[in-house]
Design a protein around this ligand. Structure first.
Ligand code: PMP
Length: 325
């Protein structure tokens, strides 16, 4: 039985922003979100030939500051996705990052927010291909809270769908059309009563969640699938590896079998949207004793302090959006 949990509520809130009250960047200028419209003939709409990023910004109430998280890293990955999709001529990392920060600034967000830059094939044409098409881009921003639970631990289930392989659609780029695959996975998991999916690679190894990378803890070592295991090269994943090194926790990148998750001491998912989301059970088997374990708790706490600009060691992760008052 599926109820309206935090994930559904957050997704619905993001689905129905009060469009007139938000400003976005669209094809060369800042306009109300409701005025940013594309033709139904747009190639990216017809064939899913766009790339995108999801960037979070965190409100720090003590400092009255909004911190945008890992903006440059997201723009570097976006530009890599563009390269893979034969979209040259995109703004520099600096120029693109400045547009993201300006969208947040113009919306004057004083709460947690989500920014989506997207570059997409803008030619109005029937005909499936990548080459010989023009492209354009937008950056939108909306308020955004938790996407999935980050406190009590979630129940996850392995789904029957497989992660789209790098031999079919490039795994390391965020291509809009490829998100039909995680949509199938997430919905199968949720309709089966789980909160999130575990998705396997074609050869049966653990890849990731529907939109999250995965870590497990065995014998005190943090283990995560390697970047050649059909995963998105997650920015949160890289951040956790950095955090773990800072905290003195050993990290190993290697393939993970499904049943290793059944006997792991801890499992957690991570991503820009999901943040750090401890897993309490996998395929109805409790992880450890079913409670949030010490490694996930420590990493979670450190992560949430870092993203709100509270840890000097991790200030390089965040960019203040507003001038200090
Ligand atoms: N895997 C997939 C398929 C995703 O969509 C995301 C979200 N971008 C992630 C993993 C996590 O990546 P990141 O930490 O960069 O948000």
């Amino acid at each position: 039985m599926v109820t309206e949990n935090a994930a559904v509520a957050a997704a619905n809130a993001a689905d129905k922003p009060d469009q007139d009250s938000f400003v976005c960047y669209f094809e060369g200028g800042y306009v109300p979100l409701g005025d940013a419209r594309i033709s139904i003939m747009t190639h990216a709409f017809l064939y899913g030939t766009g790339v995108f990023e999801g960037i979070r910004a965190y409100w720090n109430p003590e400092q009255k500051q909004l911190y945008a998280l890992r903006v440059q890293e997201h723009i570097v990955r976006l530009r890599n996705s563009c390269k893979i999709m034969l979209m040259a001529d995109v703004p520099s990392v600096e120029d693109f990052s400045n547009i993201v920060l300006e969208v947040l600034r113009r919306n004057n967000f004083r709460e947690d927010a989500y920014c989506r830059p997207s570059v997409y094939k803008s030619t109005k044409a029937i005909g499936v291909r990548l080459h010989g098409l023009s492209h354009d881009f937008y950056v939108l921003g909306v308020p955004f809270g938790d996407y999935i639970d980050t406190e009590k631990g979630i129940a996850v289930g392995t789904v029957s769908w497989r992660r789209v392989s790098d031999t079919a659609i490039p795994a390391r780029s965020k291509i809009t059309g490829s998100y039909v695959n995680p949509a199938f996975s997430k919905t199968e998991a949720m309709l089966n009563g789980f909160e999130e999916a575990i998705v396997l690679t074609q050869d049966g190894h653990v890849a990731e969640g529907s939109a999250e990378n995965l870590f497990m803890v065995r014998d005190g070592v943090l283990i995560t699938p390697a970047v050649s295991d059909e995963i998105l090269e997650g920015i949160t994943r890289a951040g956790i590896i950095e955090l773990a090194e800072h905290l003195g926790i050993k990290v190993k990148e290697r393939s993970i079998d499904r049943t290793e998750l059944y006997i792991a001491d801890e499992v957690f998912l991570c991503g820009t949207g999901a943040q750090i989301s401890p897993v309490s059970s996998v395929d109805h088997r409790p992880v450890g004793d079913g409670r949030v374990g010490p490694v996930a708790r420590l990493i979670g706490k450190t992560y949430f302090d870092a993203v709100r600009g509270r840890l000097p060691e991790f200030r390089h992760w965040v960019t203040p959006v507003y001038k200090s008052e």
